[in-house]
Design a protein around this ligand. Structure first.
Ligand SMILES: Cc1cc2nc3c(=O)[nH]c(=O)nc-3n(C[C@H](O)[C@H](O)[C@H](O)COP(=O)(O)OP(=O)(O)OC[C@H]3O[C@@H](n4cnc5c(N)ncnc54)[C@H](O)[C@@H]3O)c2cc1C
Ligand SMILES: *[C@@H]1O[C@H](CO)[C@@H](O)[C@H](O)[C@H]1NC(C)=O
Ligand SMILES: *[C@@H]1O[C@H](CO)[C@@H](O)[C@H](O)[C@H]1NC(C)=O
Ligand SMILES: *[C@@H]1O[C@H](CO)[C@@H](O)[C@H](O)[C@H]1NC(C)=O
Ligand SMILES: *[C@@H]1O[C@H](CO)[C@@H](O)[C@H](O)[C@H]1NC(C)=O
Length: 556
């Protein structure tokens, strides 16, 4: 028997793995070249795992170390389209090569669904980073933004044209437009202007047939779905046309911190009544963290604020509405809107605005997030128990984001995003860690789950709702990618993310992608096919009855 040294074994293994993958690669490449316009070179946009750039490309937009391990499933190859038509060919060829796809814009998905898949079947990663142009038109107060742009780039390009315009989207500048806007998108102007999707007026997408369609061609149902229902279930979002909003020349920010020893409980209790009801120019985010403050553990409540106006008016509003906060003039910093974007992104005041064009957020930790909505204020007794829980768990944190204002004026049916009037604030649960390995992951994720269980009595019920953009695989019944085929599985997370809008999303999905080509672990399912399901069968049965009835009616 031949006895090969271990490294040769490995080498052979590697060789066979690669050569096993390459027929697929060759077929796909040939298909691309077959379809492409000879002027649109497509050979230099496909990277297979043997390519020297593959790893760095893959990692460039991984934002969560949990999906940056050797056991994370990797794409069969990565496509980096340079032109819209490349996406059309890519979809056609992915279909004909029986490859699944993942679409990545900014890569901030909390469960890594834009670049990893738990499915054993091969998938390709379509990375949108080359498609990131932004065209601002001040005359019409609008902009076309390609999906691969980041929010930071968008804010910067608006600011270049006008200091008096902005856009209501997320506070983290490296978040991608493609995922963020399609999933709803909120930021610190939500109480004044609502969500990002409330300001989308047109879109361009590549549909399941490889056609490029705009709002008029795709129709109002699909256009409705890609405003809050997520992009990845319906097509590849190429670009959104957004309406800009007016921002004042001077805005005011402040951050105040209180521990339990400084009447923190009273402050948080009052916050729940005031933050969702006060002037809509005012957004006060609340961050709750267990900290060690000599000689013991406590909880720190930090209020981060954006006020769309000057400090004097802010002081008089808070003196009237929230004296418990004890805001002083010295706490307030006045600045332009774009500087407030930098301040909110945790850069030091005075940092060059060009940081907004940086696409890498730096080191990423291991992370897990969850979400909830609160509809009645938590009692002081409830808060006291919560502090105990936060201190006991030690690693988990909460962020409360107030609703109200404009959010109350928009119908829950207007866009696919369902949570409007009746919600006081949204909770984001977070835990981050640095230790490698499955044990560390289990223990941290478990802590977050315990906190989530603890808060059950205080949050929305039947269904307990969640924010789609705070992706959380645990709210489904299983994490099986192919289960996205199943209507019953999809309903479990679908109702939690979309409430009464889920059914319309399924109708749109069934109409535009009945084959369920665009799918992932938490995509919108299509209605079950006629022959295979009780539900459609009974629909078919009803149709048959109607036909028989009409037939007999004719006879009579
Ligand atoms: C640090 C951080 C801060 C955040 N802050 C906020 C915030 O302030 N407000 C808020 O609302 N959310 C926030 N989020 C959540 C964020 O909005 C979502 O994670 C969003 O989906 C990210 O978009 P992306 O393009 O960066 O992500 P990706 O991971 O690229 O994509 C997310 C999902 O959208 C799909 N998708 C992406 N691009 C396209 C496309 N072109 N066509 C079709 N489908 C596409 C992906 O397949 C995936 O399913 C934050 C997330 C992080 C990590
Ligand atoms: C490419 O086109 C040729 C000629 O039309 C066809 O025979 C071949 O099957 C195509 N290959 C792929 C991979 O689509
Ligand atoms: C890597 O892939 C790119 C894009 O297809 C190609 O241009 C390049 O030549 C490849 N490099 C190597 C070393 O194979
Ligand atoms: C992913 O892993 C590589 C190699 O270990 C590392 O250089 C990179 O910083 C990691 N990225 C993230 C987001 O964890
Ligand atoms: C806490 O509240 C009490 C009663 O309202 C008040 O007397 C005291 O000054 C407050 N302490 C702090 C640190 O704000």
């Amino acid at each position: 028997m031949l006895r090969l040294p271990l490294f040769l074994h490995l080498l052979l293994l590697l060789f066979f793995n690669l050569s096993a993958a390459s027929p697929l690669y060759q077929t796909f490449l040939r298909c691309l070249q077959n379809h492409s316009d000879p002027n649109q070179l497509t050979s230099n946009i496909v990277f297979d795992p043997t390519n020297i750039s593959y790893s760095s490309l893959l990692r460039a937009y991984i934002r969560n170390a949990r999906f940056n391990t050797s056991s994370t499933p990797k794409p069969t190859f990565i496509i980096t389209p340079l032109h819209e038509s490349h996406l059309q060919f890519t979809l056609i060829c992915a279909k004909s090569s029986a490859l699944h796809i993942r679409i990545r814009s900014g890569g901030h998905d909390f469960e890594g669904l834009s670049y990893a898949s738990v499915s054993p079947s091969p998938f390709i990663l379509i990375d949108m980073f080359n498609l990131r142009s932004i065209a601002v038109d001040l005359q019409s107060r609008s902009a076309w933004v390609q999906a691969g742009a980041t929010l930071g780039e968008l804010y910067y390009r608006i600011w270049e044209q006008s200091k008096l315009h902005g856009f209501p989207a997320g506070v983290c500048p490296t978040v991608g437009v493609g995922g963020h806007i399609s999933g709803g998108g909120y930021g610190n102007m939500l109480r004044k202007f609502g969500l990002s999707v409330d300001h989308v007026v047109d879109a361009r997408i590549v549909d399941a047939n490889g056609r490029i369609v705009d709002r008029k061609m795709m129709g109002e149902d699909l256009f409705w779905a890609i405003r809050g229902g997520g992009g990845a279930s319906f097509g590849v979002i190429l670009a959104y046309k957004i309406q800009l909003v007016p921002v004042p020349e001077t805005v005011t920010v402040f951050r105040l911190q209180r521990t339990l020893e400084d009447n923190g409980t009273d402050m948080v209790y009052r916050w729940q009544h005031i933050a969702p009801n006060t002037d809509s120019d005012l957004f006060m985010r609340l961050l709750l963290q267990p900290i060690y403050s000599k000689p013991k553990k406590t909880v720190r409540a930090s209020v981060y604020t954006l006020f769309l106006g000057r400090a004097d008016r802010l002081l008089s509003i808070l003196k009237r509405d929230f004296p418990e906060l004890g805001l002083k003039k010295e706490d307030c910093i006045e600045m332009g809107w774009i500087e407030s974007v930098i301040w909110w992104a945790n850069y030091e005041h005075g940092t060059s605005l060009r940081v907004l064009l940086g696409r890498s957020p730096g080191l990423a930790h291991f992370q897990k997030r969850k979400s909830d909505y609160v509809q009645t204020p938590i009692s002081k007794d409830g808060l006291e128990l919560l502090w105990k829980k936060l201190m006991e768990l030690d690693k988990t944190e909460l962020v409360f984001n107030p609703y109200g204002g404009k959010m109350n004026e928009i119908s829950a049916l207007d866009t696919a995003f369902p949570r409007r009037a009746g919600n006081l604030f949204k909770i984001q649960y977070s835990v981050s860690w640095k230790e490698q390995g499955i044990e560390a992951e289990k223990s941290h994720v478990n802590q977050l789950q315990l906190l989530y269980n603890f808060l059950t009595p205080y949050v929305s019920k039947n269904p307990r709702t969640a924010y789609f953009n705070y992706r959380d695989l645990d709210i489904g019944t299983n994490h099986n990618y192919d289960a996205a085929n199943s209507f019953e599985e999809g309903k479990v997370y679908g109702i939690k993310y979309f409430k009464e809008n889920f059914e319309r999303l399924v109708r749109v999905k069934t109409a535009v992608d009945p084959q369920n080509f665009f799918r992932d672990e938490q995509s919108i399912p299509a209605f079950p096919k006629l022959q295979s399901s009780g539900l459609s069968w009974s629909g078919g049965w009803r149709l048959t009855m109607v036909a028989i009835f009409m037939f007999t009616a004719q006879l009579l």
